[in-house]
Design a protein around this ligand. Sequence first.
Ligand SMILES: NC(=O)c1ccc[n+]([C@@H]2O[C@H](COP(=O)([O-])OP(=O)(O)OC[C@H]3O[C@@H](n4cnc5c(N)ncnc54)[C@H](OP(=O)(O)O)[C@@H]3O)[C@@H](O)[C@H]2O)c1
Length: 289
Amino acid sequence: MKILLTGAEGQLGRDFLFAAAARHEVVAHDVDLDITNRKAVLERVASVSPHIVVNAAAFTDVDRAELEEVAAYRTNALGPYNLALACREEDIPFLHVSTDFVFRGDSTEPYTEFDSPAPMSVYGKSKYAGECYVRSLLNRYYICRTSWLFGVSGKNFVKTMIEKGKTEPRVKVVDDQEGCPTYSRDLAFKLLEIIEKGIYGIYHVSNSGSCTWYQFTRDIFDIAMIDTPVSPISTEEISRLAPRPKYSVMRSVVLEMQGIEPMRPYREALEDFILRDLPEWEKQDEKTR
Ligand SMILES: NC(=O)c1ccc[n+]([C@@H]2O[C@H](COP(=O)([O-])OP(=O)(O)OC[C@H]3O[C@@H](n4cnc5c(N)ncnc54)[C@H](OP(=O)(O)O)[C@@H]3O)[C@@H](O)[C@H]2O)c1
């Protein structure tokens, strides 16, 4: 299969490229193909003539999105609009990655694909707008919502906490937001499995299990053998521009319904990430420096 990938330099994009390149031909783009540029997107998709387009490009800075609303909407809504339009022109399917932030977070039960989004933040609203465009333009789409990503490349919560744990005497972490941490490498392989199965629709694609950021930090420190004390705090104690869902735990009824294996528990994925993949990646990174 020939796959045109956007956002290939991002956390998920890099892992998707790694996962897909072994079995498929991948034409990878990042900011060199600005997804907000309709003409460039239409021309590139037509000239590559892929079997599918996968979009991992996004405006992912949740707090900055509150200050740069139009920029967030351009990338997260207009970007997928352009890509969906190009897929419609070429009569090919589209896989678009979305987020748990499309939910309000006032539920007490995990959100399934059949629950209604009600985003609170600019980021969540712009990502939901992207989903709506994709759904209105195409019949053959996969909208894959994921959450709390960590991976070897880029900045993420796990790396930040390991750094803080090694350099600060005590760390304070919020204990009143619950979600599903997800390893971007696991996600990449699951997205491929979904594409290869070829059943269109909305999917929730996160590692199994849920925790608060505080509990997640305890897991991280436990695996990384960091004994720095961790204190639980409330969201109100840290000032952030964007509101966060208190509870954005997702469950995939669709994966279950389609007989696709759920993703493994996040703790298992975190162990592989901290003990195997991150040191390996840092070693390689050192060599190329
Ligand atoms: N990170 C999370 O915790 C999380 C949680 C839930 C869902 N998601 C979703 O998962 C997907 C992947 O996230 P990620 O963490 O891998 O994101 P990321 O690391 O921020 O990567 C996004 C990539 O897209 C590029 N990009 C930004 N604007 C672009 C544009 N206009 N045209 C082309 N490329 C552009 C970025 O380049 P620059 O870096 O140069 O801007 C970056 O390389 C996104 O759809 C995101 O909404 C992420």
